[in-house]
Design a protein around this ligand. Structure first.
Ligand code: F6P
Length: 337
């Protein structure tokens, strides 16, 4: 009888509970395992804070946002090997022994993958599942949470067209994505953005001004500007505010900004994310049953595979400048800065 622990770490997103459900129901019903839910990410390992999870406790999770286990950005393994660090490592090992865990499933983004690799490094069997709205985890084509964030952002962009048109304004919307531009690219193209600014593609404010003026000269009296939060600014203002002020100054056109923020991380996951989360949860449990540890579950094309954790830790997946959506967008006259 194997007993596995699950922890959820880093920024929350829709689909985490569907993943927990996928792991639990597969482990209990197919492999006859027991499951322990560790609270607040890696903090729960340090504080021995956990609960037993059952098939019954999975009810209602598939479409529920957030994470029933709670999360934190606790990074249990700092760089230095100070005595305090050694104590923390030993505390984690002791608590895992107390919980009688045979393996741990770590659900999280880049920071979590790094911590999971370090947990493996002190001898704990680990399988990780990539989770983030940013879609910036190396080694997987997609992370669950991304499709839901793009859906939310696209709906917001759709709504900006009518108010921009009514007021003949330029509307700037800032979307999340940390240092990557995946949400901005996918929602910008799906929402009909006229200018889409990504951290990966340098921009020149004169090019943006020219693109807006050109639209006006063609009778398009409003423009929609989609900016990723990670684009370069003056280092003081948020991307959306900075870009709106720059555009109004350069063009003389009334410009307003919307920062979409945490709405992109809230509420129920899309059906796509529910099924991706379910598949990844099931495959993570299969890896544990096979004794195939220290790997991250990943999506490649339409398949779910796994990759060695050490290949992932510390890497970031950013938007390639020749991504097909960028190439097609440029050909259609969309300005990428
Ligand atoms: O990683 C997900 C994310 O929402 C990023 O897009 C964003 O920059 C960051 O988390 C915000 O972090 P926090 O939730 O700690 O404010």
């Amino acid at each position: 009888m194997k007993k596995i622990g699950i922890l959820t770490s880093g920024g929350d997103c829709p689909g985490i509970n569907a993943t927990i459900r996928g792991v639990c129901k597969t482990a209990i019903n197919h492999y006859g395992m027991e499951v322990t839910g560790i609270h607040s990410g890696f903090l729960g390992l340090l504080e021995n804070d956990f609960e037993e999870l059952t098939d019954a406790s999975m009810s209602g999770l598939l479409n529920r946002g957030g994470t029933i286990l709670g999360t934190s950005r606790e990074k249990p393994f700092k760089k230095n090997a100070s005595p305090e660090q050694q104590e923390r490592r030993q505390l984690i090992l002791d608590n895992i022994e107390k919980m009688q865990l045979d393996a741990i499933v770590c659900i999280g983004g880049n920071g979590t993958q790094k911590s999971a690799a370090k947990l493996a490094g002190i001898g704990i069997p680990v399988v990780s599942i990539p989770k983030t709205i940013d879609n910036d985890v190396w080694g997987t084509d997609l992370t669950f949470g991304f499709d839901t964030a793009v859906t939310i952002a696209t709906d917001a962009i759709d709504r900006l067209h009518s108010t921009a048109s009514s007021h003949k304004r330029v509307m700037v919307i800032e979307v999340m994505g940390h240092k990557a531009g995946w949400i901005a690219l996918y929602s910008g193209m799906a929402g009909g953005g006229d200018v889409i600014l990504l951290p990966e593609i340098p921009y020149n404010i004169q090019n943006i001004r020219d693109a807006i003026i050109e639209r006006i000269n063609k009778g398009r009296t409003y423009s929609i500007i989609v900016v990723a939060e990670g684009i370069p600014t003056d280092g003081v203002k948020r991307a959306g505010e900075y870009m709106a002020q720059m555009i109004e100054y350069e063009t003389g056109i009334e410009t307003r900004e919307t920062v979409l923020g945490y709405i992109q991380r809230g509420g129920s996951p899309t059906p796509f994310d529910r099924n991706l989360a379910t598949r990844m949860g099931g495959h993570a449990t299969e890896l544990i049953a096979q004794g195939n540890f220290n790997r991250m579950v990943a999506m490649k094309g339409n398949d779910i595979i796994s990759v060695p954790l050490e290949e992932i830790a510390g890497r970031l997946k950013t938007v390639p400048a020749d991504h097909d959506l960028v190439v097609q967008g440029r050909r259609m006259g969309i300005c990428f800065g």
